[in-house]
Structures are given as C-alpha cells and as structure tokens.
Write a protein that binds this ligand. Structure first.
Ligand SMILES: O=P(O)(O)OC[C@@H](O)[C@@H](O)c1c[nH]c2ccccc12
Length: 265
C-alpha cells in the first residue's frame, strides 16, 4: 500500500461519515445557494507568475509545519501579498485541515479558493462548492480515466475549475487526453513522498501550450521560483515556505519578483 492509497482510504472513511450526517440533496441545495464560483484562469493566464498560496498545518512528509490557529488571517496576509488563489487543505488525518478552515477563509477573502483534498466521489464536489470553493484538485494517480472525465464535467457544471495533478509523463498524457486546461506537476511523488524539483522541468515541455502549467511542491526559495518560472511555470503552488515564513505577504512579493527577473533577463 502506498502513502497515497492510505490517505485515500482515510478520505473515503471520512466521506462516509459526512454522507451519513448530511444527505447529498442538502449539499446540492447548499451548493446552488452559494455565490457563484470565481474564475482563476484569467489571472493564471496573465504574463506574470501567479502564486497559489496554501494554508497547511501539517503533512505526511514533513509532520507539523505551523500552528495555524487563525486560517482566515493567514489567508488575508496571502491575499494582501498578491496571491492569485489560496489553497486550503481540508483533509483531517494527515494534514489537520477541515472544511471549517475553508469556510473561515471564504468569509475573509475574495480571491479564488482551492479546496485541497482527495476527491473520489461526486458528493465532495458539491460539498466543495457549498463551502465556497472555486477550484478543486483532481489527482491523476488516484483516479481512472472515466472518473477524471466525469469529475472534470461536474467541476465545470458547478462553475469551478479543476487543477489536474500529474507526476509522470503518462499522467500528463492522461490529463491532456481528458481535456484538462489547468495541469499541475507535483514535484512530490505522493506514493513515496520523495521531492525532486526537477520533475516540473522534465514535464513542462510535454504539456506545452495545451494547458496552463502549475509547478507544485518543494518550492522553498526565490531560486526555486526562478528555476520553475524559467522552465515555463505559469503558476506555482506553495505551502511550506509560506506557512513557515514570518512574513508571508512579503514572501509572495519576493517570489513574484524572482519570477519576473528570471523570465525577463
Ligand atoms: O508545502 P509545499 O511543498 O510547498 O507543497 C504545497 C502543495 O504543492 C502540496 O501541499 C500538494 C500538492 N499536491 C498535493 C496533493 C495532496 C496533498 C498536498 C499536495
């Protein structure tokens, strides 16, 4: 069993509990009553590097990262720094996140929000929308082509945007084949948790201009940002470096400036 299998098994158990508590019809109604989803793509497609800043307390690879008691304040500091979107982990066992974190962040900021969880059933997409999410994550390694196709369609029906996450050439091909417009390359292998920052550069060309490219994970320094920007990243997804930084607002600015220098020299 890989780490990913184990996390997904936990996510499925949690999902069963929520389904027993709140019937899907109620969730669908709440999703319909929510304010329409925001579109992150114009900003992601703009020439400047876009930063998705993540609210992340802990992770299976790094353990405790930060004692975030007020996710909304952290998110506000991200928005102030110019974050193009904010990712909120809602998985509880390995990441210590909750849907309440997403609610709190939604109430505070008006930038697009990514519900970061392990999506395996339709219920979770309605739930994401009901809690104010604008984006969801589809992990190619965890889904069949049929699921990817169904979930992409449902995401679009709900007005949301899917970040389709890959880690290998084969997964990139599968993401593009199902029509993903926003493709992430996770530098972290979710089956082993090994991080290799070269993963993004190795796959960027394969994605080419078929989709907006997101470099995910293991981006810690301005040099790391400069590297993935030069390799073609349109967007970066950063958690650890921001939650551990004393001044995340400034850190986001310095990341965007580093990308600007790397791509205009
Ligand atoms: O904290 P980092 O190394 O900057 O990584 C952020 C983000 O990429 C990472 O949290 C992530 C990317 N894809 C995932 C899938 C599931 C859980 C977590 C993730």
């Amino acid at each position: 069993m890989t780490v990913l299998d184990d996390i997904i098994a936990g996510a499925r158990r949690d999902l069963e509990e929520r389904k027993a508590r709140t019937p899907i019809d109620d969730v669908i109604r709440a999703a319909q009553a929510a304010a329409p989803a925001l579109d992150p793509m114009p900003r992601f497609r703009a020439p400047e590097l876009a930063v998705i800043s993540e609210v992340k307390r802990k992770s299976p690879s790094k353990g405790e990262l930060a004692n975030i008691t007020d996710p909304a304040s952290l998110a506000a500091s991200y928005a102030e720094g110019g974050a193009a979107a904010i990712s909120v982990l809602t998985e509880k066992h390995r990441f210590n996140g909750t849907l309440a974190d997403l609610d709190a962040v939604r109430a505070r900021v008006d930038v697009p929000l990514l519900r970061k969880d392990f999506m395996v059933e339709e219920y979770q997409f309605h739930e994401a929308r009901a809690h104010g999410a604008d984006l969801v994550l589809l992990i190619v390694a965890a889904l069949t082509d049929d699921e990817l196709t169904r979930f992409l369609a449902l995401t679009a029906d709900l007005g949301m945007t899917a970040l389709v996450e890959t880690h290998t050439a084969e997964e990139v091909d599968r993401a593009l084949a199902v029509g993903a417009e926003l493709v992430g390359v996770n530098n972290r292998n979710l089956k082993t948790l090994d991080v290799d920052l070269a993963t993004f550069g190795g796959l960027a060309e394969r994605i080419g201009d078929s989709a907006v490219k997101v470099a995910e994970s293991g981006i810690l320094t301005t040099d790391d940002v400069a590297r993935v920007a030069a390799e073609g990243a349109d967007v970066i997804l950063v958690g650890e470096a921001l939650v551990k930084h004393g001044d995340p607002t400034r850190a986001i600015g310095s990341f965007m400036a580093a990308a600007e220098r790397a791509t205009h020299s």
